[in-house]
Design a protein around this ligand. Structure first.
Ligand SMILES: Cc1cc2nc3c(=O)[nH]c(=O)nc-3n(C[C@H](O)[C@H](O)[C@H](O)COP(=O)(O)OP(=O)(O)OC[C@H]3O[C@@H](n4cnc5c(N)ncnc54)[C@H](O)[C@@H]3O)c2cc1C
Length: 344
């Protein structure tokens, strides 16, 4: 049942947002997977203050809400999202050369918004995350990570290394500035998973760097991604589906079970990378859920490992699609991420 907005909540939202408040908005185009039903109510906010206003109204009127960034780590159910979806389009970014700090509203896009501003100001620390679809808020939620620069690529780098402070609206409704320790960052983890705090803006402490070297790192990382990940515009995805299994590799298990190319409905395990599912052709969330279940079942039966999903499931889901999985053949010229890992 779509959410009926109490007239007082609707008036408050309309007073603050006017025509930006919309009803029944399809969320699929606002996610990198291009999957999902409609938001009952939807508002795109354009500044940190607007974001705080939308949150306060939702909380005051007990309206369920979901805050959406670039939708790169979420799968939205086919039956849509009840309540209000707040789409974070607060994208203002400022650089302070006297402190080497970069301040950004939480809807700023990590690449290009943030990285281009930092690198062209000669500030290093963010360039490693080039090519990852994310807002600043989503990046803090997840503690964005990627490998250290080539040729060594000897460790995983985390966004927490450059987070200085953030302006948040706490779940209790206070607007406060918190430092990096507040977030209790871990692998794919921050306190935002366990508390309904919302990041309004963040400040990053960067260090002076050589622009040419930073651009070399960016080119190398973009090439690394292009060789291993499906391109989002033609093969929409949500990045890795399953959590990393230390020392084993979720993708390696899926590959060893011969599951690449497995397809249910429009959802498929890509031949490019065993831990990434693609929306091959009008996939539904029900297709993706059935494929997740199938891959988990086969991997557990054949290896004993239990794969856990790392994506956020949002809204209402229809039952998983009940069709027998099929297998799509691999393009013989394609070199997959797993093949590259074996030969490097
Ligand atoms: C092709 C591809 C490659 C990827 N590669 C990587 C990679 O190399 N490394 C990596 O770490 N991740 C990777 N990811 C995952 C994804 O990019 C990150 O999880 C990203 O940080 C998600 O940000 P978002 O803005 O899209 O968040 P969304 O997916 O929109 O939201 C994710 C969660 O964050 C919450 N959230 C969003 N904004 C805020 C805020 N302001 N305050 C509090 N909570 C908030 C949302 O409510 C939701 O619960 C990849 C994804 C794709 C599609």
């Amino acid at each position: 049942m779509p959410t009926t907005l109490p007239s007082s909540a609707r008036e408050a939202l309309q007073t603050s947002f006017g025509e930006a408040l919309q009803q029944t908005v399809s969320l699929a185009p606002h996610t990198t997977f291009q999957i999902g039903g409609p938001a009952d109510w939807y508002v795109a906010v354009r500044s940190a203050d607007e974001l705080a206003t939308a949150l306060r109204i939702a909380r005051t009127y007990d309206l369920p809400f979901f805050l959406l960034g670039t939708g790169a780590n979420v799968i939205v159910g086919d039956r849509g999202v009840r309540g209000l979806v707040i789409h974070n389009r607060a994208r203002h970014v400022e650089v302070d050369p006297s402190t080497n700090r970069l301040w950004a509203e939480s809807g700023a896009i990590v690449y290009p918004d943030l990285i281009e501003r930092a690198v062209s100001a000669g500030l290093s620390g963010l360039e490693h995350y080039v090519g990852i679809p994310s807002t600043v808020g989503g990046a803090l939620w997840q503690n964005l990570h990627f490998l250290s620069p080539p040729p060594e690529r000897e460790r995983t780098m985390f966004l927490e290394e450059v987070v200085h402070a953030a302006d948040i609206l706490t779940e209790e409704g206070d607007r406060q500035t918190v430092d990096v320790d507040y977030f209790d960052f871990g692998y794919d983890y921050s306190i935002l998973h366990d508390r309904d705090d919302i990041v309004l803006s963040a400040t990053f402490q960067l260090t002076p760097g050589d622009e040419e070297r930073m651009r070399e790192i960016m080119d190398a990382n973009l090439q690394w991604r292009a060789e291993r990940h499906p391109p989002l515009d033609t093969e929409p995805s949500v990045g890795s589906i399953f959590k990393k299994i230390e020392g084993v590799g979720a993708g390696r298990l899926i590959d060893e079970c011969g599951l690449k190319g497995t397809r249910i409905g429009g959802a498929m395990v890509t031949h490019r990378h065993a831990n990434i599912f693609v929306n091959a052709d009008r996939a539904t969330a029900a297709d993706v859920c059935a494929l997740i279940q199938h891959v988990q079942d086969v991997v557990e039966r054949e290896t004993g490992y239990q794969l856990e999903t790392e994506i956020d499931f949002v809204g209402e889901f229809a039952p998983p699609t009940e069709t027998t999985p099929t297998t799509e053949p691999k393009d013989p010229d394609l070199v997959s991420a797993e093949e590259r890992a074996r030969t490097s």
